[in-house]
Design a binder for this molecule. Structure first.
Ligand SMILES: [Mg+2]
Length: 172
């Protein structure tokens, strides 16, 4: 049974800016990300972006802005990503099972790609990503950026996306 790679977006697939990323000029994709995504895809993994976009419920930007950036991401990586899921809710506005650390987006991602949790992973840059991954039963890789340097829920910690890909491929 194949696995699924659950991908936090900001801080993993594009540079973390310390603020909400919704403008094209703030959406910077590290040069190693497209190749890494395609290596995972070639290895047989489903690829699913799971991103909290609480700025939508705060009224800072609309879902069209999220979809626009996701189009740019897909163009950059040759449409390697199978699904792009986002949770528009913010805990200051309303409770959500989908927004991380809730695990519903992880479970949806695995169901959509016909993957089992035993063969699946999450790559993220925040403790809430690791917590969501553990709640869904997947292995977790933390790439620290401006946020947490460590997490009790992280199985692995590494410096960049290429290293995360190597961890997954060498364990598979
Ligand atoms: Mg992030």
């Amino acid at each position: 049974m194949k696995g699924c790679i659950l991908l936090d977006r900001d801080g993993v697939l594009n540079l973390e800016t310390g603020d909400y990323v919704f403008r094209e000029e703030d959406f910077q994709i590290p040069s190693d990300v497209p190749e890494g995504l395609n290596r995972l895809k070639s290895a047989g993994f489903g690829l699913v972006v799971v991103t909290n976009q609480g700025g939508i419920s705060k009224g800072l930007y609309k879902s069209e802005a999220v979809k626009n950036l996701h189009q740019i991401l897909q163009s950059a990586c040759g449409n390697a990503i199978d699904y792009l899921l986002y949770a528009p809710w913010h805990r200051s506005i309303s409770a959500s099972l989908s927004a991380k650390p809730g695990s519903l987006m992880m479970e949806r991602g695995m169901a959509l790609t016909d993957a089992t949790s035993e063969n699946s992973w999450i790559i993220g840059d925040a403790g809430r990503d690791m917590e969501a991954g553990k709640a869904a039963g997947v292995r977790t890789i933390l790439i620290p950026t401006l946020k947490e340097r460590e997490s009790p829920y992280a199985d692995f910690v590494c410096d960049n996306f290429t290293e995360a890909v190597k961890i997954i491929l060498s364990a598979s």
